[in-house]
Write a protein that binds this ligand. Structure first.
Ligand SMILES: Nc1ncnc2c1ncn2[C@@H]1O[C@H](COP(=O)(O)OP(=O)(O)O)[C@@H](O)[C@H]1O
Ligand SMILES: [Mg+2]
Length: 511
């Protein structure tokens, strides 16, 4: 008996058997073929690792937190990792600590590119003294020389650029009481070249630039002096008097074809002994009226002529600057004993003069203008800040000329704010000044100062911690803000550069 017959005998006949008796065979279900299993490439390991010797097994599992987010949100958690790299052009400064690659700084190159969010090439460098601000500045200037940039140190209050200048074969100018170098901040600069041949329109437009610069300077010099805690006012009336005086002295007011160079003492003398035409031009009734109304202005100017800086900025320029040299520097350490205000006033004079000298720079004459210790000027008051502001604004160039990289070095951002009371015009201008520099180098700072930086620049807690922690632990470390992007950079100095940038001579013997 086959199996089906046996089953039937046990359970009776089913429909299949019945149909089979009549010659119909129902199809049967095919038995499925079992596929052979492929070997698993990966094996599941328990959370503590495979339980084998030398297999990384741990008796306790590591607490791993898991976050899920979109790539849009991820940069909020790891703000520095998402920063796109910068192109490898310009000065190679050191190591970008987050990518491990080299960090290059090329301000004008960045301005010209659309993928780097920078619209001006100016640099502001902040840091506690001794954190390597000046060394980074010097390394930057030196390395940019390979790309045709020349450097102009517009006031070196500590004479620390002298070694670099001498290494490049240039003798820096020394400015100080008793030294032969004089600088006339009221020099015409290159704009006077070919004045005789200018059309009246050209002459008027050039005169507007020259007189505008002088007026900014005199306003800065007068406005930086104080009566008690208040700055000497400099309003439209003073503007008019100074302008009329300068036009009178140069001969421009009389329509002369040859303009005479003038100096601050000459201006002071003229205002002290006003000519009838000047009195009339300034709409005063009598000489007495003129003298009474301009007493404060005259006394403030007199301070510059007879004060601590007498003999420095009150005569015709005696130095001849070779603009083709790789570097030029003006050493100011001899002014140090005269006080911070004197150095600040000297910097204001130098800046105005330097700006005049660069007014006709040839296109392609690439220059880095360094203002180290610029806080001394900024602390002088609102007018000094305004004159600094005017210098920075020129950096993009004007009518195809100019276009320097302005590199200002300061200690802390509140140097800018100390120009005036909280919320005052000076403080606002100073704050806006920061926006004239799209590149900011933030070296190590104390917690309080880092907080100020945070409020002014909107850095966020991670950047603030870097400035107060990581950047403080070694020299040359800084957070570089390039537009909206931030980079954690360690400046690397060549041993030769380390020698050229060494500023610890005074305390080196203690080591
Ligand atoms: N990246 C660096 N690597 C090595 N030494 C450095 C670096 N930056 C600065 N130094 C050294 O530190 C000292 C102080 O630097 P300096 O630039 O004068 O500081 P700051 O201008 O901020 O007061 C100098 O002697 C300089 O040579
Ligand atoms: Mg320094």
């Amino acid at each position: 008996m086959n199996r089906r017959a046996a089953r039937t005998a046990r359970r009776g006949r089913d429909v299949t058997a019945l149909l089979a008796d009549f010659g119909h065979d129902l199809p049967t279900v095919p038995t499925p073929v079992k596929a052979a299993r492929e070997p698993k490439p990966f094996h599941h390991a328990p959370r503590g690792g495979p339980r084998r010797v030398d297999a990384g097994w741990a008796p306790a599992t590591a607490p791993v937190a898991t976050y899920r987010m979109t790539s849009d949100q991820a940069p909020v958690w790891w703000p520095f990792i998402a920063t796109p790299g910068l192109p490898p052009t310009g000065a190679q400064m050191g190591i970008d600590m987050l990518s491990g690659g080299s960090f290059y700084c090329d301000p004008l190159g960045w301005v010209l590119r659309d993928d780097v969010p920078v619209t001006n090439p100016n640099i502001f460098s902040f840091g506690k003294p001794g954190t390597g601000k000046s060394a980074t500045t010097k390394a930057f200037c030196l390395r940019m020389m390979d790309f045709g940039y020349r450097t102009f140190i517009l006031g070196d209050p500590k004479d620390e650029y002298e070694r670099l200048a001498r290494a490049l074969g240039v003798e820096p100018f020394v400015i100080g009481p008793g030294m032969p170098a004089r600088i006339n901040p009221l020099a015409f600069g290159p704009l006077i070249q070919g004045w005789d041949g200018l059309s009246p329109e050209q002459a008027t437009s050039r005169a507007a630039i020259i007189f505008g610069r002088w007026l900014t300077l005199v306003r800065g010099l007068v406005g930086s002096q104080r009566i008690g805690t208040v700055h000497v006012p400099f309003g439209p009336t003073e503007d008019r008097v100074v302008m009329a005086g300068l036009q009178d002295l140069t001969g421009y007011g009389q329509g002369a074809t040859h303009l005479r160079e003038t100096t601050i003492p000459q201006l002071w003398h003229l205002l002290d002994n006003p000519s009838p035409s000047l009195i009339e031009q300034c709409r005063y009734a009598t000489a007495r009226h003129f003298l009474d109304e301009t007493r404060l202005l005259r006394d403030a100017l007199g301070q510059l002529v007879n004060g601590p800086l007498a003999g420095l900025f009150d005569d015709y320029t005696t130095i001849e600057v070779d603009w083709a040299a790789p570097i030029q520097s003006l050493s100011l350490s001899r002014l140090e004993p005269l006080g911070d205000d004197a150095v600040g006033i000297a910097l204001t004079c130098l800046n105005s003069w330097g700006r005049g000298m660069r007014e006709m720079a040839e296109p392609g004459d690439l220059r880095i203008v360094v203002r180290d210790e610029s806080w001394k000027q900024l602390r002088l008051g609102p007018e000094a800040v305004k004159s600094f502001d005017a210098d920075l604004r020129l950096s993009r160039g004007c009518a195809g000329m100019g276009g320097d990289i302005q590199f200002a070095v300061a200690h802390k951002p509140s140097d800018l704010l100390s120009a005036g009371d909280v919320g005052s015009q000076a403080a606002t201008i100073a704050k806006d000044l920061l926006h004239l520099a799209d590149i900011k180098i933030l070296h190590g700072q104390r917690a309080g100062v880092a907080e100020d930086l945070d409020t002014m620049l909107g850095l966020g807690p991670m950047a603030r911690d870097l400035i107060t922690g990581w950047a403080m632990q070694s020299k040359g470390r800084a957070l570089w803000c390039v537009g909206e992007q931030t980079y954690k950079v360690q400046t690397v100095l060549h041993p030769l550069e380390r020698e050229l940038t060494f500023t610890n001579e005074a305390i080196a013997t203690a080591a």
